[in-house]
Design a protein around this ligand. Structure first.
Ligand SMILES: [Ca+2]
Ligand SMILES: [Ca+2]
Ligand SMILES: [Ca+2]
Ligand SMILES: [Ca+2]
Length: 276
């Protein structure tokens, strides 16, 4: 093989490895991860939407956009917003109120707070996570610029993975995918919630990395927890949430290992070439 062809091959492989390891995917170590985020949500008043009418009704009651602020493994930060010039953002959608349960905390038979159970609209409730090496996240465009499941500056990068919210947070009813406690009966107010999500196989560049079936002894790959509070920053959002998503990662997919061994082969070939 001629020198020129070796150089071309080496160049192509180097380019491919650079894209695979840096340009197209978040880099995380294998093992348990805690993903911290901030979000901006559009949420309907649960009591108005569900308390007096039939629910679920197949109409979406909650969606939002989020930005990952950091990823931890144990107590060490393994990724942070802006590392290598990357932002990791996403959208979640498709939640439909399933049941709103009045809770009386002081024994006067008058509800003081709500427990809110949510399911997915008929096609399900999902979250999608994107990587973008030209950071431009901008929530100030407000909810109105959403188009289908896309939002400018949020879903403009490379899709890393998509996950569907699944049953398990409310074991007696697998239709429930989110279990939420709202602190008062007024709206909007503060509260917290949780749910599980399962990676959609074959969708996004990192689905294999996160498809670890680490939760519930089944298909679930993410445990999502959040604290929410009324949004104060304007632009039409209802609530803000934060707090961690628990996940796990497996080592880099086999394609990267193959590219890596290809590069080693090229390195060996160029050494042999220099010797000759
Ligand atoms: Ca609804
Ligand atoms: Ca009461
Ligand atoms: Ca972006
Ligand atoms: Ca899974």
């Amino acid at each position: 093989m001629g020198k020129m062809r070796w150089f071309l091959m080496a160049g192509v492989l180097l380019f491919a490895v650079t894209l695979a390891t840096r340009g197209w995917a978040l880099t995380v170590p294998a093992g348990k991860l805690t993903i911290k985020f901030l979000d901006w949500e559009v949420v309907k008043d649960p009591a108005a939407e569900c308390g007096s009418t039939t629910c679920p009704d197949g109409d979406e009651d909650s969606w939002g956009i989020f930005k990952v602020s950091s990823i931890l493994q144990g107590s060490s930060t393994v990724w942070w917003d802006g590392k290598d010039g990357e932002e990791v953002t996403g959208i979640f959608y498709g939640f439909d109120y399933y049941q709103v349960i009045p809770v009386d905390n002081d024994g006067d038979s008058v509800a003081d707070s709500y427990r809110i159970l949510a399911t997915g609209v008929p096609d399900g409730a999902y979250l999608e996570v994107y990587s973008d090496f030209s950071p431009d996240f901008d929530e100030t465009q407000g909810p109105g610029v959403r188009s289908g499941n896309t939002y400018p500056t949020v879903t403009d990068g490379t899709l890393l993975f998509k996950a569907q919210f699944v049953g398990g947070i409310y074991p007696s009813d697998p239709e429930v995918v989110l279990d939420i406690s709202q602190d008062t009966t007024t709206f909007p107010t503060t509260g917290d919630g949780a749910g599980y999500a399962a990676i959609v196989p074959g969708v996004g560049s990192m689905w294999q990395t996160f498809d670890t079936n680490s939760f519930l002894g089944g298909n679930a790959d993410l445990f999502v927890q959040f604290d929410f509070a009324p949004h104060t920053g304007g632009y039409g959002w209802t609530l803000d949430s934060n707090d961690p998503v628990s996940a796990a990662a497996v080592p880099e997919p086999a394609t990267l290992l193959l590219l890596g061994s290809g590069l080693l082969g090229v390195a060996g070939a160029s050494r042999r070439m220099r010797r000759s």
